[in-house]
Write a protein that binds this ligand. Structure first.
Ligand SMILES: Cc1cc2nc3c(=O)[nH]c(=O)nc-3n(C[C@H](O)[C@H](O)[C@H](O)COP(=O)(O)OP(=O)(O)OC[C@H]3O[C@@H](n4cnc5c(N)ncnc54)[C@H](O)[C@@H]3O)c2cc1C
Length: 379
């Protein structure tokens, strides 16, 4: 183990979940020589979904992970966007500024490519990873936490980090008063397709109670999201999802008809009812701490969930290096993160509610701008 002149003494750390947060945390710890075991329940570990938008603050958070130099081998960067009405008439041109020199204002990447970048960085740092494995029991022994795994292994750790996503099982068992993520009344449809001619930035079409957006993700591709007002959280049969999406895209203008023409044979369609919320404090118990969606699941309206997850890891790693006492480090992490995450999650949910209610677009833009300004503040 590398020298740790100050900060918490960490003999070995357990990370549960290998999504954005889990891989980011593993990279940060491995970069300074801490021994890490990461377990991921998905035996394939391919990174599911369509595209993902990466804001300036998310690029800032990714920088210390050492993945930005390869990011644009896969992803795309741009500045600004166009907002249209449902018919395809231009309403507004958006101007966005880069947060840091040398990075674009906004970026996009296929989720599988982002996952690959993070996984390859974990592997380059010799992270111990077990796939198809989860924790069946975590027992705090005071000076250590003992983990029992689904493959029969039992091992002790200085710290356990729960990064098991919005439906976190560890949260349910260890923070029983944390509640469950609430359905927000909107569902998100996504797909990946070739970029229509003339597209080089975000394009958003606003309907009466829903919207369709398009963002580049590099190598001539873009992803589309369609936010649908679906009050009852209906179950959508995967067999007929393409047909349902095809119908939802009927009657829109601009580039929507061109993309719609390929929907029925598009294999990348992804449907997700939007559930989220912020878990009240505490975000820790003894030697176990929670990061990412496990404690703050936003809706995609501010395109910041992955960024907030990586920020958690950056801040947790800083506090672990700043305090010799683990409890003090975990408390400082929670103190720095709770307010910011709660604001972003509640604002993202509020933006969705405004869309459902058909609120004044100017009011929607104002709220969104205030959240974007907050996200740009130092963490
Ligand atoms: C429709 C939609 C669109 C979005 N778009 C954007 C966007 O454009 N930009 C953005 O920044 N964010 C976006 N987000 C949010 C973003 O996807 C999440 O905030 C981010 O993935 C959170 O990372 P995480 O690592 O905390 O959780 P996850 O990415 O969910 O990772 C959790 C990991 O833990 C594993 N796991 C689960 N349970 C266990 C267990 N018991 N044991 C072991 N492993 C387990 C899972 O398999 C998974 O690999 C979007 C979200 C949605 C729903």
């Amino acid at each position: 183990m590398a020298d740790q002149p100050s900060g918490c003494a960490l003999d070995r750390v357990l990370i549960v979940g290998g999504g954005v947060a889990g891989t980011a945390m593993a990279i940060l710890l491995r970069q300074r020589g801490v021994a890490v075991d990461l377990v991921e329940i998905d035996g394939q570990w391919t990174g599911q979904g369509a595209g993902i938008t990466i804001t300036g603050p998310t690029l800032r958070a990714l920088r210390p992970l050492g993945v930005l130099d390869r990011f644009f081998d896969y992803g795309a960067g741009w500045s600004g966007g166009w907002v249209f009405n449902r018919q395809g008439e231009l309403l507004e041109e958006l101007h966005t500024r880069p947060l840091e020199d040398g990075t674009p204002a906004t970026a996009g990447i296929h989720r599988a490519d982002l996952h690959r970048l993070l996984v390859e960085r974990c592997q380059a740092l010799d992270t111990s990873v077990r796939l198809g494995v989860t924790v069946t029991r975590l027992q705090d022994l005071g000076g250590e936490v003992e983990a029992t795994f689904s493959d029969g292994v039992v091992r002790r750790y200085s710290l356990a980090i729960a990064a098991d996503g919005v439906f976190s099982k560890l949260r349910h068992s260890m923070l029983p008063d944390s509640g469950t993520p609430q359905y927000t009344g909107q569902a998100c449809w996504r797909l990946v397709a070739d970029m229509p001619k003339g597209m080089d930035r975000s394009m958003m079409y606003l309907g009466e109670s829903g919207k369709i957006g398009f963002n580049p993700i590099g190598r001539g591709r873009m992803y589309m999201f369609l936010l649908e007002h679906a009050p009852t959280d209906p179950w959508r049969d995967p067999e007929t999802q393409a047909q349902v999406l095809y119908e939802l895209m009927d009657g829109w203008g601009g580039i929507v008809p061109e993309v719609r023409a390929g929907v029925l044979r598009n294999p990348s369609i992804n449907y997700r009812p939007l559930k989220g919320g912020t878990v009240p404090r505490p975000w820790k118990q003894g030697r176990t701490v929670f990061v990412g969606d496990a404690v703050h699941g936003p809706t995609p309206h501010l395109a910041s969930g992955a960024g907030m997850a990586v920020e958690d890891c950056v801040v947790l790693d800083q506090e672990l290096q700043r305090h010799a006492d683990l409890a003090a480090a975990l408390q400082a992490y929670e103190d720095r993160r709770h307010g910011r995450c709660h604001f972003i999650v509640s604002t993202s949910i509020r933006l969705g509610q405004m869309e459902i209610a058909g609120a004044d677009p100017a009011e929607h833009t104002r709220l969104m701008q205030s959240a974007i300004d907050a996200l740009r503040q130092p963490i």
